[in-house]
Write a new protein. Structure first.
Lengths: 193, 164
């Protein structure tokens, strides 16, 4: 290898190193245990779900039209996977959406999975979650196996890629998740200042 | 009598003009090649690009500030991309654009895949809107502004970009 090649290789490796660092900055790789109350005041910890094959955490909202477009899809996925060892947790971190509103919204939209109220968006900050809906799928060690959207279209009839379902199916089959990060337009989580 | 007739005609023409003007809002669909062209063909001006939707409350709230700035900075190109659906142009986008007296081009997202639009604008952006992008005269991204901003905050960013 001549010196130019060595030099180029060094640049390439350095660039790769920084690219990896950048990717690490953007989304979390592992979650920490946390405690939050649901809309009935019952306290849950993430560790309560550690016997699950996968833990789905979805940051949701009561007023965001994108999140609301997914209400029935979220419930369907929950119903489909709850008996397959998948835990499902909704988290509402929006400062303007009260516990009462979250409760009423869940009832009205027939959302039967656990929904926790994240007062002061502490957990949204820990997850670096910024939109609704935004999904994190964890294993029992709380490693993030999938992060992103539920699927690729707000309009159910236009969905081509069911990303959350695909990730869950792969996890349940003991496979590595193929697509670990996806993006979609969503409502910004309204945080406390 | 004749005077009244002329007055009537004048009012009719004026009403006609204002009708034409108020309906003179065209919302074009934007895809990858069109967006690349918009960003690259700068003709010596900066580009202030705002991504918004009618369903996005903070987007609606910050919009008047952007319209005000577009009136004040004639040496900056302003553009908006709505991520509503193209079939909502008449029902949602146009009424919003008209009520805000928007004086710059508004496009509607016609990318085949939303993720492609998000990554094209900024790989570090996860799609939370509103989001604003400022490009320099060569089409290079020089500011990425996440979330709802005030007139003063946008102004600071524009002034900084103009000094660069």
């Amino acid at each position: 290898m001549n010196s130019l090649n060595k030099f180029l290789a060094a640049i390439f490796i350095t660039a790769l190193f920084f690219a990896t660092l950048r990717a690490d900055d953007n989304s979390i790789k592992k979650a920490e245990n946390f405690k939050l109350k649901d809309y009935n005041g019952k306290e849950y910890q993430l560790s309560d779900f550690k016997d699950s094959k996968a833990i789905v955490i979805i940051f949701i909202a009561t007023q965001c039209p994108v999140s609301n477009a997914y209400n029935s899809r979220m419930e369907k996925i929950y119903e489909e996977y709850k008996n397959k060892g998948v835990a499902f947790i909704g988290i509402n971190s929006n400062k303007l959406e009260s516990v009462e509103e979250v409760k009423e919204h869940a009832k009205k939209n027939n959302l039967n999975f656990v929904i926790l109220k994240d007062v002061n968006n502490v957990i949204a900050d820990k997850f670096k979650a910024s939109v609704t809906p935004e999904v994190f799928v964890l294993n029992s060690e709380f490693d993030v196996l999938y992060h992103g959207r539920i699927d690729d279209s707000r309009k159910e009839e236009d969905v081509k890629s069911e990303d959350l379902r695909n990730a869950l199916n792969e996890i349940l089959q003991g496979k590595k998740v193929t697509k670990t990060e996806t993006k979609a337009f969503g409502c910004t989580i309204k945080r406390v200042n | 009598m004749q005077r009244n007739f002329f007055l009537f005609c004048f009012l009719l023409i004026a009403a006609g003009f204002s009708f034409i003007q108020s309906n003179d809002v065209t919302i074009e669909k934007i895809d990858k090649s069109k967006l690349q062209k918009l960003i690259k063909e700068r003709k010596g001006k900066l580009l202030f690009l705002n991504v918004w939707a009618t369903w996005c409350e903070p987007c609606r709230e910050e919009f008047p500030a952007i319209v005000k700035l577009a009136n004040e900075f004639k040496d900056v190109d302003f553009a908006g991309i709505s991520v509503d659906f193209p079939e909502e142009i008449d029902s949602k986008i146009k009424p919003f654009v008209k009520s805000n007296k928007v004086n710059f081009p508004i496009y509607v997202n016609a990318f085949t895949n939303d993720e492609e639009l998000i990554n094209m604008l900024n790989k570090d952006w996860n799609g939370a809107i509103p989001a604003t992008f400022i490009y320099d005269k060569s089409g290079k991204l020089i500011a990425f502004i996440e979330g709802k901003k005030s007139y003063e905050e946008f102004l600071k960013n524009i002034e900084r970009a103009r000094r660069k």
